[in-house]
Design a binder for this molecule. Sequence first.
Ligand code: C5P
Length: 218
Amino acid sequence: MSGLVVAMDGPSGSGKSSVSRGVARALGLRYLDTGAMYRAMTWWMLQQGVDLADPAAIAARSGEPSIVSGTDPEGPTIQVDGVDVGGPIREAEVTGAVSAVAAVPEVRARLVALQRELAGAGDIVVEGRDIGSVVCPDAAVKVYLTASAEARARRRSAELTGSTVEAQQADMARRDTLDSTRKTDPLSMADGAVELDTTALNLEEVIAEVLRLVKERT
Ligand code: C5P
């Protein structure tokens, strides 16, 4: 199974992170959360006071921060200029701003290059929005996870305190629209991807289904 790449795409709240980590653990693979890299870039831009309503300003600064991702599925890490930002990148301010930053082509070019470097050696599960289509188009296994909007919002609000299902659903709908309508590398189902609707499945069932796909295709 040397060199195996599993590409895991889908909208927010579809279960990508839990499923990707579970699959990586079961197969002894590394794990890369590309969303964390876009979040880290966004966190840095906010720290720097960059005007996030101005794509040219974002583009001009996008080469500056050093972003380093750990790939251990037991405890993935993310650092910006040597600072661990695993906590801050999950805060509402970053979540609210990340889709605007991720829509800037210069940001994507920089982070896609880093992601390809990390994924190049294989033996990795890579999760995001454009993995099967752009980052790893030759991945042996491509999965596109979906779930109903209500199920996705319910899962996310169970993870966060102080947020209602309705508020989550509205925030996700806004991000999904931005992510799937942007000009550069929009969220879409890649050629050769298998769509897996997880609405009625629990985590173990989804992981088992992905492991079955891996077995079938390798
Ligand atoms: O997966 P997560 O919700 O942490 O991703 C945060 C945001 O990063 C997404 O809403 C999207 O705007 C962006 N993203 C992206 N391409 C990826 C991964 C994430 O544009 N491969």
